[in-house]
Design a protein around this ligand. Structure first.
Ligand SMILES: Cc1ncc(C[n+]2csc(CCOP(=O)(O)OP(=O)(O)O)c2C)c(N)n1
Length: 530
């Protein structure tokens, strides 16, 4: 068979359902082989960055590896931002790129650049296929590496001269990802650390969602009865009204969860990735840490280890509960809880109930969301507002670019989300800056017939940078403003319904009706005055 037929067989063997990409001459053999696949749908996108973001979000939500494809040189380099986002937010992604044939890789040549080298820092493994016989091993290993803790992106490059070779081979059977559990001595030591503490606080991160350990986590908290602070990515693990929910840290200003951390004598940090928020930003007094994670801790001045439980989180959290681990009897003061709630704006009475402020908008979205609703945030002032204001009804239902924090993720990301969870409502919230980075993917969403609600916060500025320059650093801003297209006409030109509510009740009505129908692609242009 042809080499690229073997590549497609190997991808089918990995359970791949979608490949997001843009082809080029160097990937035409692969495209031809893909055209014969009954299992894989090829999604032709409008920019390779979009393909990588789609694969990133599809990987986070589907329990599968997201796959994207590009040609050599400019196609591959366009993938890079989304690939880095997948690696830093620990989403399993495999990118496949074409390349010039071996006969011209040693010299200056059209579109030739060393893509494997470019991708090295942005991936867990970046590899060129040098011999067609290695394809089953490279693809099997690539998918394993992408999924093994901590998950991330892998680049597999297929040079043009190998693509059309003939070969006899077959895929390697998929075996489950191995899971480890700490030793009984490690459990004993960890229980001792918890027992000795008077005022423990739990910090929970993205790993608990990634490892499907939310039920086990909630059981452990039910047993221990101690306060829980969520990372931004872990929001929703404890319900909003859970008495032990001390919400989220990571706001730019006035973060009332931090005094709770200062007040504690032990931080039990579960499934938290250091790039969710640097320990220096939240553990200012360097409180001792019990690290519970699939991987050992990274040593840091602000992450002083008192104990470590390293293993699969589902099994580890379940096994930690034992009669030797008594329920704790400490509770932060009511006052502190109230102050945290007020920074979090959970129950804050809104001053102007009609206006289209970001807080009002997020309140409306929250009041119409269910456990199934997926909200995807772009990056900007609106993301910070979401951190403060929006509470998903289930963990894993608020998607952000956190580690890499790249603008432009949300429109293509919502396509990945909708394909991963076709029945669930998907709401994309983006600034006007981020929206115009990947607005071309509206055409992709329209062509695929996806129902997504895209909300553009239209404030004619890079608001987050404007706020930082004006309020934090210089007292004035520079270079942050731009003009916008008419978003209604723009949407219409894509064949997409556009609406422009002018006050909050109108927005609520539009959103509510769109969520009930859950069957159309819609752009909501929200003009937010400065
Ligand atoms: C790709 C990329 N470029 C630049 C930045 C730096 N940056 C972070 S937020 C921001 C402003 C975003 O503006 P907009 O999308 O309009 O959202 P808003 O802040 O107005 O809510 C910028 C420029 C980034 N994070 N990602």
């Amino acid at each position: 068979m042809k080499t690229t037929d073997l590549v497609v067989q190997c991808l089918e063997n990995e359970g791949v359902k979608y490949i997001f990409g843009i082809m080029g001459k160097e990937t035409l053999d692969l495209m031809n082989s893909l055209s014969k696949s009954k299992q894989i749908t090829y999604v032709n996108v409008r920019h390779e960055q979009g393909a990588a973001f789609m694969a990133d979000v599809y990987g986070r939500l589907s329990n599968k590896v997201g796959v994207c494809l590009a040609t050599l040189g400019p196609g591959a380099s366009n993938l890079l931002t989304g690939i880095a986002s997948a690696t830093l937010d620990h989403s399993p992604v495999v990118a496949i790129t074409g390349q010039a044939g071996f006969e011209r890789q040693h010299k200056e040549g059209h579109q030739y650049i060393d893509v494997v080298k470019i991708f090295e820092p942005a991936t867990k493994w970046s590899v060129q296929i040098k011999d067609s016989k290695t394809i089953p091993k490279i693809i099997r290993n690539g998918f394993r590496v992408a999924q093994l803790e901590k998950p991330g992106a892998v680049l597999i490059e297929l040079p043009e001269n190998l693509a059309s070779e003939m070969i006899q081979s077959q895929p390697i059977p998929v075996t489950p990802i191995p899971k480890s559990i700490p030793t009984s001595e490690a459990f004993e030591a960890a229980r001792k650390v918890i027992n000795q503490s008077q005022k423990p606080v739990v910090i929970v991160g993205n790993g608990v969602i990634r490892q499907s350990a939310m039920d086990e986590f909630r059981n452990l908290i039910g047993h221990l009865q101690i306060p829980v602070i969520h990372s931004f990515m872990a929001k929703g693990i404890l319900a909003k009204n859970h008495p032990l929910n001390y919400f989220t840290f990571g706001f730019m200003i006035q973060d009332e969860t931090l005094p709770l951390i200062d007040e504690s004598d032990l931080l039990i940090v579960v499934g938290f990735d250091a790039n969710e928020r640097a320990p220096k930003d939240w553990n200012k007094k360097a409180r001792p840490i019990l690290h519970i994670n699939p991987l050992p801790a990274e040593i840091d001045d602000y992450y002083p280890l008192k104990g470590e439980l390293v293993g699969d989180l589902k099994a580890t959290l379940k096994a930690l509960i034992s009669p030797d681990l008594p329920t704790k009897h400490w509770m932060p003061s009511e006052n502190l809880k109230k102050r945290i709630q007020s920074t979090y704006q959970i129950n804050k009475a809104l001053e102007d109930k009609e206006s289209l402020s970001i807080e009002n908008i997020l309140n409306v979205i929250e009041s119409h969301s269910t456990e199934k609703t997926i909200v995807i945030s772009d990056v900007g002032a609106h993301k910070v507002a979401i951190a403060r204001t929006y509470q998903p009804k289930q963990g894993g239902r608020l998607i952000i670019s956190n580690g890499f924090a790249s603008m432009g993720i949300s429109i293509p990301g919502s396509i990945g989300a909708k394909l991963a969870c076709p029945l669930d409502p998907v709401i994309c919230i983006t600034g006007d800056g981020g929206a115009l980075m990947n607005i071309s993917e509206l055409e992709t969403a329209k062509r695929l017939g996806l129902s997504i609600i895209i909300i553009v916060i239209n404030n004619l500025s890079l608001k987050l940078e404007e706020q930082m320059m004006e309020e934090k650093f210089f007292g004035q801003s520079f270079g942050v403003n731009f003009g916008n297209p008419d978003f209604l006409k723009l949407a219409e030109s894509f064949g997409v319904k556009g609406v422009q509510p002018t006050d909050l009740p109108e927005f609520e009505q539009v959103l509510n009706e769109a969520l009930i129908r859950n069957n159309e692609l819609m752009l909501i242009d929200l003009q937010i005055p400065n």
